[in-house]
Design a protein around this ligand. Structure first.
Ligand SMILES: Nc1ncnc2c1ncn2[C@@H]1O[C@H](COP(=O)(O)OP(=O)(O)OP(=O)(O)O)[C@@H](O)[C@H]1O
Ligand SMILES: [Mg+2]
Length: 504
């Protein structure tokens, strides 16, 4: 019997990059097939070929043993394939239901009756366990919610082959659970699924089989993951052994460098205070929506504080705007680096240098191209940013490599005193995570005060000297590294029975 989906010897070359090189594997009905590999390994490119966005240079795609050619995205959709891409495409001014019906239902069912269509959407969303208002405009939704819309769209089409490219990278815990249930239902319904993720836990939890890519080549396919240890997958992905990806380095801590006193704002339910010493890495953990990013936006001057004071090196400072924060040597690398950070048409080097450029101005006027080139080259090497050159336009880089370039922009700032990193390793592969932690340790060793927001508990535990836990807009408690465990941190982060009872 032929496989539902077969990739046979697929090759794809971009100028300066061989993105895929002779890739073959099968995905069967009723199977969730994981796809893993470093940033830039070629995963998204393969899904773009499946989705009809790119044409392969060589090789064949077969569905049920028959060769198919997708000249366009529409052709792929027409063949019963749904690809949910890493970079979402959506129309911001349409509502959820308009988006869901776009290109799918109205044509097939010939709907003109908007109300009936809306009712149908509401019903289907409820059946899928997705809590979304069909009338909400897409621009008003969080990235996570937009992602859910995209996923629901694929499901409404009843596709036979469904491929998801890092679907959980911006989903909350609850949304991830909803998604996992959807995936399991689809599997039980004998669809063939491809699932790309950098999160090892998810791969083991969800996938039956797994294929590993490195530099555009297939390294291995595991038809059953049951007996494959994590170390094997890591080794196959990065081509070397990484015994401890956190590689924590203890360091002496200095005086209090940065203190936040009684900061208040709309998203906080109580005044918040915390301190960070010279050389200290403080991890901020909490469930999505606990108020961590909101707190840091207030601290950084991106949002208006209602009250509160900031102290840097023993002196009170005023931070009324992000510009003021940066002048004091305080930077925040935002969570949503794509939306807040990227200049798509600019080169990798320009994207890295945007923030520190003013330090390099010669006589306040002329750009110091040489210095900028050096900085760009340094970070391309340091974080192993996969690009044919620093002059490549950043939009041609893989998702994770764009993330690394934007992260570099903040780390390249000279004279950093306080560095706030919001989910610094989201979408980044294990090998590069390792490099990013090293950069964080180096900054701390130079005396920076570091705040790291992360929703990945092992990362918070692995990297932080101290952990502050937020819950429902306030600080729920803090734990020294030695006292912190998954359990102790989670018990602070989860809503307490009494608070729930009070709210009810
Ligand atoms: N349109 C394009 N033009 C030029 N190069 C491209 C283009 N699309 C992808 N590439 C390159 O092809 C390689 C593979 O990229 P791809 O997006 O498939 O990686 P990936 O495995 O999905 O990585 P990530 O985990 O970061 O998402 C990368 O080196 C990337 O820079
Ligand atoms: Mg990708």
């Amino acid at each position: 019997m032929s496989a539902t989906l077969r990739f046979d010897n697929i090759g794809k070359v971009f100028p300066g990059v061989r993105a895929l090189d002779g890739v073959s594997f099968d995905v069967n009905a009723g199977e969730v097939h994981g796809l893993m590999g470093e940033n830039g390994a070629g995963k998204s490119t393969l899904l773009k070929i499946l989705g009809g966005e790119y044409q392969p240079d060589s090789g064949r795609v077969l569905i049920d043993g028959n060769e198919v050619h997708f000249a366009s995205a529409a052709a792929s959709i027409g063949a019963g394939i749904a690809v949910i891409h890493q970079e979402l495409q959506y129309v911001p001014d349409l509502t959820v239901s308009e988006n869901l019906l776009l290109g799918a239902l109205p044509n097939r069912l010939g709907w003109v009756d908007k109300r009936a269509a809306k009712a149908h959407v509401r019903e289907r969303l409820a059946a899928m366990g997705v809590d979304l208002d069909p009338n909400a405009k897409l621009r008003k939704l969080s990235i996570a919610q937009r992602q859910m819309v995209e996923i629901c769209k694929a499901l409404l089409r009843n596709a036979r082959v469904i491929a998801l490219d890092e679907p959980t990278s911006s989903l909350s815990h609850r949304e991830t659970e909803v998604l996992f249930k959807l995936v399991r239902d689809l599997k039980a319904d004998k669809r063939a699924l491809i699932y790309i993720s950098h999160r090892m836990d998810e791969i083991y939890e969800l996938c039956d089989a797994c294929t590993i890519f490195r530099d555009g080549r297939k390294i291995a396919s595991h038809l059953s993951l049951a007996d494959v240890p994590r170390e094997t997958l890591v080794q196959e992905m990065v081509g070397r052994e990484i015994s401890d990806i956190y590689n924590y380095r203890a360091r002496p801590l200095g005086d209090v460098r940065f203190s936040v006193k009684n900061v208040q704002g709309d998203a906080l339910s109580a005044p918040v205070s915390f301190e960070v010493k010279r050389g200290e890495i403080v991890g901020f953990f909490g469930l999505v929506g606990a108020g961590r990013s909101e707190l840091m936006h207030l601290v950084y001057g991106a949002d208006k504080k209602k009250d509160g004071a900031l102290w840097l090196d023993g002196k009170e400072i005023k931070v009324r705007s992000t510009g003021e924060a940066i002048r004091h040597g305080i930077v925040l690398c935002p969570e949503d680096r794509k939306e807040e950070g990227i200049v798509a048409m600019a080169t990798v080097a320009e994207n890295i240098n945007i923030s520190c450029r003013r330090h390099y101005l010669r006589g306040g006027l002329f750009l110091d191209r040489k210095k900028e080139a050096q900085t760009a080259e340094r970070f391309i090497q340091l974080l192993k940013i996969k690009t044919p050159s620093r002059k490549q336009r950043i939009r041609f880089l893989s998702g994770g490599n764009q993330q690394k370039a934007i992260l570099s922009r903040w780390l390249a700032e000279p004279d950093l005193k306080v560095v706030i990193l919001d989910e610094p390793t989201r979408g980044i592969d294990v090998g590069a995570k390792h490099e990013i932690y090293n950069v964080i340790y180096q900054l701390a060793e130079r005396g920076c005060a570091i705040v790291m927001i992360s929703s990945e508990l092992p990362e918070v535990l692995g990297v932080s000297d101290r952990i502050v836990v937020m819950r429902q807009g306030r600080i729920a408690g803090e734990l020294a590294r030695e006292k912190a465990s998954e359990q102790s941190v989670l018990s602070l982060a989860l809503p307490q029975a009494e608070t729930v009872a009070q709210a009810a």
